[in-house]
Design a protein around this ligand. Structure first.
Ligand SMILES: O=C(O)C(=O)Cc1ccccc1
Length: 311
């Protein structure tokens, strides 16, 4: 049996479309599961080699279920990311007119991307209910549970539906980011256009606390591309921070920043270093003066010589 990747299903999700862009899926069995936690549990339980799940969208920010699952429980690591342009279609059973629509459904992350369109085009009292995924919403329309679903146009045929309206997106260029997650192992070698994800916990609430943590990146010239606070669940005001930084853990400036955080945070969870989707190596900004690998190595060599009295 080939190794399997579990993904947020059922068949026909944006997640599946994004997953199929990864060349290695040609040799994997792709298994749709009902939720993000189910996909990650399949990895934790050893039933799947990896899970593929949405993690961030350009309109609303983080997909909190995914972040919360990665923050807690048995550690997992991100190995790949995929960016997908998202535009919705309004899927209905054949014969449904727009004026017949009393109930609609989709994944909660779809709502902010279709809210204005709904206001302008559907009845004022239309009822929205969340589905486990956009394709699951389509399946529920097929079953007659709702009148319409926002989903990818490609999902229509699978569920015997028709796209009544296509190209629905309140924000131009809306994208969703998906990640391939597995059990911890050595990250792939740097490609030159990489990203490192970590979750950090603050020691205790104090003035400038977050700034002190961010400083570990800033002084080493490491650029951040995501900062998301999540409640730890231990009390009001207790937060951890999910951070994506440019660079790879094999880069000295990133490694030194992580060591700096490890010294001052009660917990640092390394979530992986992996190639950055949509960024070519030639587009990566060169390290700020004084933060290249060569400069870090030269500085530690110099220190060793001082400690030896060999200068
Ligand atoms: O993959 C899907 O279809 C999902 O349900 C997750 C999702 C939700 C909103 C935008 C992109 C992906």
């Amino acid at each position: 049996m080939p190794a399997s990747y579990a993904y947020l299903g059922p068949e026909g999700t944006f997640t599946e479309v994004a997953l199929r862009t990864l060349p290695e899926t040609a040799t994997r069995e792709l298994v749709p599961v009902v939720s993000v936690p189910a996909a990650l549990d399949a990895v934790r339980g050893g039933e799947a080699e990896a899970a593929f799940v949405p993690i961030e969208n350009s309109v609303e920010g983080g997909i909190t279920t995914t972040l919360d699952e990665l923050v807690a429980g048995e550690p997992l690591m991100i190995y790949r990311e995929v960016l997908l342009d998202i535009t919705f279609a309004l899927l209905v059973r054949p014969g449904t007119a727009i004026s017949d629509i009393k109930t609609v459904t989709a994944h909660p992350a779809a709502q902010p991307q279709v809210r204005n369109w709904m206001k302008d085009n559907l009845a004022e009292d239309v009822i929205w209910e969340s589905a486990a995924s956009n394709a699951d919403g389509a399946r529920l329309v097929q079953e007659g549970r709702y009148d319409a679903a926002f989903a990818g146009e490609f999902a229509a045929e699978k569920y015997g539906l028709v796209p009544l309206v296509t190209e629905i997106h309140d924000a131009e260029n809306a994208q969703t980011r998906f990640v391939l997650v597995g059990k911890p192992a050595r990250p792939a070698a740097p490609t030159g256009a990489d990203k490192t994800s970590v979750v950090i916990w603050q020691r205790e609430d104090h003035p400038g606390g977050l700034m002190e943590l961010l400083q570990e990146f800033a002084i080493r010239g490491v650029n951040l591309v995501l900062l998301q606070s999540r409640p730890t669940g231990t009390g009001i005001g207790d937060y951890c921070f999910a951070i994506d930084a440019e660079g790879h853990i094999a880069d000295r400036r990133v490694a030194e920043a992580l060591m700096g955080l490890k010294r001052v945070c009660p917990e640092v969870r390394f979530l992986g270093s992996y190639p950055r989707a949509g960024v070519a190596v030639e587009d990566v900004r060169p390290p700020r003066s004084g933060t290249s690998d060569g400069e870090f190595v030269a500085a530690s060599d110099w220190l060793a010589r001082c400690q030896d009295g060999r200068f």
